[in-house]
Design a protein around this ligand. Structure first.
Ligand SMILES: NC(=O)c1ccc[n+]([C@@H]2O[C@H](COP(=O)([O-])OP(=O)(O)OC[C@H]3O[C@@H](n4cnc5c(N)ncnc54)[C@H](OP(=O)(O)O)[C@@H]3O)[C@@H](O)[C@H]2O)c1
Length: 302
């Protein structure tokens, strides 16, 4: 199959690159993005350009499009709602139109931010959406555009994504705990850290097992629940920066409330996604967050 990946130099895109590079992969991947870091084979494709998207999808005869591109800076989106709308709503609309015209399946990624974040049991796909930020509203509008388009699609809502690439909470904590003596991290926001490698391998598994016809919206995060504080402690300890750790440097982390970090964005207090539909539909296991974190950190140090 010909698989066109957009935003291929972001966290999820890089993990798809790793899968594509493995022995036994029989697909042709076309990796696209708006930037081309050194050493990364990347074709230029700005997904906000409808004409360029149509041309790219048809010229590579894509069977599948995986949209990993998004306006992911949640704080900046509040100041730049037009930019966020262009990338999170209009661009998926462009991809869906091209998928429809060329008969490709669009795999689109969305977020827990489409929900209000005030629940106390995990959100399933039928829960009412109530985004409280520009990022959440524009991502929801993107999902809706894909569903409305008439193209064949799979939408995966994920949360708390981390990887060895780009900027993310795990990398920030790994760095800060290696050089600070003390940190405060919020404990009143809970969710499920999700290793981008696991989401990428779930997507690749669905393609490989011919399950692209199971059209719908699905929730995918790693299994388990923790607060950002718990996540930070785990990153610190696995990086050797906790009490008795291998680095010899110990960083103390104290729990704090969200209001100690004033922000323009109201972040969800509860971001846990119910993965039942994903597991039942695709027959796949979802790894526990701490197991995946251990693997990711050991991968980074080897
Ligand atoms: N990160 C999270 O915690 C999180 C949580 C829930 C859901 N998600 C969703 O998961 C998906 C993947 O997220 P991620 O963290 O892997 O994203 P990411 O690391 O921010 O990567 C996005 C990529 O898209 C590129 N891009 C920006 N503008 C573009 C354009 N006009 N055309 C094509 N590419 C463009 C970016 O390039 P530049 O870097 O040069 O801008 C970047 O390489 C997104 O849909 C996101 O909304 C993420």
């Amino acid at each position: 199959m010909n698989i066109l990946v957009t935003g291929a130099n972001g966290q999820l895109g890089m993990e798809l690159r790793n899968i594509a590079g493995k022995d036994g992969n029989s697909h042709k991947f076309i990796f696209t993005d708006v930037t081309a870091p050194d050493g990364m084979e990347t074709e230029y494709l700005d997904i906000t350009d409808a004409g360029a998207v149509m041309e790219a999808v048809s010229s590579c005869e894509a069977d599948v499009i995986v949209n990993c591109a998004a306006y992911t800076n949640v704080d900046r989106a509040e100041e730049d709602p037009r930019g966020a709308d262009l990338l999170n709503r209009a661009a998926p609309e462009n991809l869906a139109a091209a998928a429809l015209s060329c008969g490709a399946v669009l795999i689109h990624i969305s977020t827990d931010y489409v929900f209000g974040g005030d629940a106390c049991i995990p959100y399933n796909e039928d829960c009412v959406t109530a985004p409280a930020s520009v990022y959440g509203r524009t991502k929801l509008a993107g999902e809706e555009a894909v569903v409305r388009s008439g193209c064949r699609y799979l939408v995966f809502r994920t949360a708390w994504l981390y990887s060895p690439y780009g900027r993310n909470f795990m990398k920030t904590m790994k760095d800060l705990t290696s050089r600070k003596d003390r940190l405060n991290v919020v404990f009143d926001q809970v969710g499920s850290p999700t290793c981008a490698a696991d989401l990428a391998s779930a997507i690749a598994g669905i393609i490989d097992t011919g399950q692209l016809d199971r059209q719908g919206i699905y929730h995918y995060s790693n299994e388990g629940v923790c607060s950002w504080y718990d996540f930070a402690l785990a990153v610190r300890d696995l990086s050797g920066n906790g009490p008795g750790g291998t680095s010899g440097h110990c960083c103390r982390i104290d729990p704090c409330h969200s209001d100690e970090f004033p922000s323009k964005v109201r972040r969800p207090h509860y971001s846990v996604l119910d993965k039942s539909r994903f597991k039942e539909t695709f027959g796949m296991e979802v790894p526990y967050w701490l197991d995946s974190l251990k693997k990711c950190i050991s991968r980074m140090s080897s």
